[in-house]
Design a protein around this ligand. Structure first.
Ligand code: SAH
Length: 267
């Protein structure tokens, strides 16, 4: 059996579809969108409202300020997006279903890479105080956060996620497409970048970068990346240390009933 590769497709469920493509329609992502390297569909949650007033929200059960997006309306919007005729033949039903949410797991470059490698997600954008918990559970939504701060809606967060995915799609970044050198790709922040002019307000470009010695440049960049990561993101540095620690510094494995050797240094 042969299957034609489908383009990466993001479906966004929002109360403000007019916000899209917005920033995703310009520069790298916008050019790629225009040339059909990926597709974007923004669907209005309000189209799934059933009453005369097309209401999508109501007051929180138990009291409190603000409004909550109704579970029935949102579930209907998700189902409608899944059963759209073009969806049936084009896109697998098992695509990730995300909910942008400050309670979610913080988005990382590795999750972005996974999402970019898949068929493309459906993304629900919350508004108001958030959405009825039962819609999250009944439709198996994965909550994703873009940081420990609260936005007024999920749209800007969804744009950040889509933008991060799109630049990793084949053909979008041209020759630099690997992204292999970038922040986070090796658990490190990126080294500082410079370009002309050679001197700016009395600040020269570090000499080593003009030396033409690729090995020295690479070593300098690696050292800078490590120093930056240590200073700014001790959490990333610790995680990297735990991953890259050489085997001999790990505790020696012992089988059950076997005594741990007294001297664990290997040579
Ligand atoms: N009362 C909620 C916040 C609601 S903000 C709470 O305290 O958790 C309204 C919507 O904005 C959310 O439903 C979510 O979709 C989006 N949003 C806000 N902050 C976000 C963040 N840091 N990451 C992802 N989405 C966010």
């Amino acid at each position: 059996m042969t299957s034609t590769p489908k383009i990466w497709h993001a479906t966004v469920l929002t109360l403000f579809p007019e916000m899209f493509p917005g920033p995703l329609g310009v520069s790298l992502a916008g050019k790629a969108l225009a040339s059909g390297l990926w597709a974007l569909e923004a669907r209005d949650i309000r189209d799934s409202a059933t009453d005369r007033h097309r209401s999508v929200d109501d007051t929180p059960a138990g009291g409190g300020p603000g409004m909550v997006l109704r579970a029935d309306v949102l579930a209907a919007a998700i189902d409608a997006a899944d059963s759209a005729p073009e969806r049936q033949k084009d896109r697998p039903k098992d695509r990730p279903r995300l909910l942008m949410s400050p309670r979610g797991r913080p988005l990382t470059q590795s999750r972005v890479a996974e999402l970019a490698a898949g068929p493309g997600p459906m993304i629900v954008c919350g508004r108001f105080e958030g959405i009825d918990q039962r819609a999250i559970e009944a439709r198996g939504l994965e909550e994703v956060s873009v940081g420990d701060y609260v936005l007024s809606g999920g749209e800007v967060a969804a744009m950040a996620l889509i933008d991060a995915c799109v630049r990793l799609l084949p053909g979008v970044m041209g020759k630099v497409a690997s992204g292999a050198d970038e922040s986070f790709s090796h658990g490190l922040l990126e080294y500082p970048q410079y370009t002309r002019p050679q001197e700016f307000e009395g600040r020269p470009i570090p000499e080593i970068l003009l030396s033409g010695d690729h090995a020295r440049v690479a070593a300098w960049r690696q050292a800078e990346a490590e120093a930056l990561t240590k200073a700014r993101r001790p959490d990333l540095w610790a995680a990297r240390q735990a991953q890259t620690r050489p085997a001999q510094t790990r505790p020696v494995q012992t089988r059950p009933g076997q005594k741990r050797p007294k001297n664990t240094t290997e040579g």
